[in-house]
Design a protein around this ligand. Structure first.
Ligand SMILES: [Mn+2]
Length: 356
């Protein structure tokens, strides 16, 4: 029951969705390009397949709607546009009266990333299907799972669902309202086609999507070129803490809540810092430690890992799992509740087999 393996196929999901009149599509909290892209693409395909527009039907409720749990990236409305969406949080829980025929969970299968949907989602179990590409998840989130860990992005899998829903033979025949979010997910989950998860099929899919007129340059600018000065000040503070261990193979950055405050940066604005650290030649694995005070858990040190590929790749999913977290082989993380940053650093170096 809680096994993290597939027990369905795209064809079966397509057949299962065909008669459904109301579908809620959800994804992990703090949605990224792949989470937003995959959910919006499927919702639009469901609406169009039912004879509506991408947004739904004029004058009546749309067949599919997408629910998100924030924080949302600043650009999300430019991507979501008029597709029906709802933001769920502790104060706006899933409406008890909303009783969809089907629930699709995309780009995650982990309860930890779906916490705001419980207990509503527990009640939907029998009509819930999930599609994910992560290495770990909770098998009991949905009764049917399609897990393809070889997919670079949830959007790579979802592209195959969209072509089935709209009965076209190739993603190059999909409307641009669907190909644009698919491209967004594919591009962002591959670091704009730089990460090791890029495969021939990723480039083929990207080519098909671009053929439909995706504004890829506009998407890059929208998502990647919106730096805030506060984030650069935070980066400066983080880089000042750079430590190298194990002959330069392990790099550690440290940030505390006061760094965010002094830099005028918002929580979460440290994303991407490790990509810069990985540009150091000797570095095989880069770690960011962030100590924050939370309302629920008190002191928490969040750990993110990024590792470089190649034959001597350090599997940071394994390292994170040893610390109670998880993720991908080259990008993973963990959260140490009640642990100050110094203690967290010691645990991280231990887990990496490095003496401080
Ligand atoms: Mn993803």
């Amino acid at each position: 029951m809680s096994e993290w393996t597939s027990n369905t196929t795209l064809d079966e999901i397509n057949r299962w969705l065909a008669p459904k009149k109301s579908v809620v599509v959800i994804t992990h909290s703090k949605p990224d390009g792949d989470a937003l892209g995959s959910t919006l693409a499927v919702a639009r395909a469901l609406n169009i397949a039912a004879g509506g527009s991408a947004a739904g039907f004029s004058g009546v409720a749309s067949r599919a709607e997408v629910w998100f749990t924030g924080p949302m990236p600043g650009w999300w409305r430019s991507i979501a546009q008029d597709t029906k969406t709802r933001i769920i949080d502790q104060h706006n829980p899933p409406p008890a009266s909303h009783d969809p025929d089907a629930v699709l969970v995309l780009d995650t299968g982990a309860w930890s990333q779906l916490a705001d949907y419980r207990p509503w989602l527990d009640d939907q179990h029998a009509r819930c299907i999930l599609i994910d590409h992560h290495l770990n998840g909770d098998g009991d989130v949905a009764h049917k799972r399609l897990v393809d860990t070889s997919a670079a992005a949830a959007c790579e899998i979802v592209a195959g669902l969209c072509t089935r829903l709209l009965k076209v033979e190739s993603p190059s025949k999909l409307p641009v309202e669907i190909t644009e979010p698919l491209y967004l997910g594919l591009a962002t989950d591959t670091g704009w086609f730089r990460h090791s998860n890029v495969s021939p099929s990723v480039y083929r899919l990207a080519a098909d999507l671009v053929e439909t007129g995706v504004g890829h340059e506009r998407l890059f600018e929208l998502v990647e070129q919106r730096e805030r000065a506060g984030r650069l000040r935070l980066l400066a503070r983080a880089l000042n803490t750079l430590e190298l261990h194990d002959d330069g193979r392990v790099a550690v950055l440290s940030l505390t809540q006061s760094d965010f405050e002094k830099a005028g940066a918002a929580p979460g604005e440290s994303g991407g810092f490790l990509d810069l650290v990985k540009t150091v030649e000797s570095v095989r694995v880069a770690v960011l430690l962030t100590e924050v005070e939370t309302a629920g858990d008190g002191v928490v040190t969040k750990i993110s890992f990024r590792s470089k590929g190649g034959p001597d790749m350090i599997d940071v999913n394994k390292v994170s799992m040893a610390l109670g977290g998880g993720g991908h082989a080259q990008a993973a993380g963990a959260r140490l509740v009640g642990t100050r940053i110094g203690e967290a650093r010691t645990k991280v170096l231990e887990a990496l087999g490095v003496s401080a």
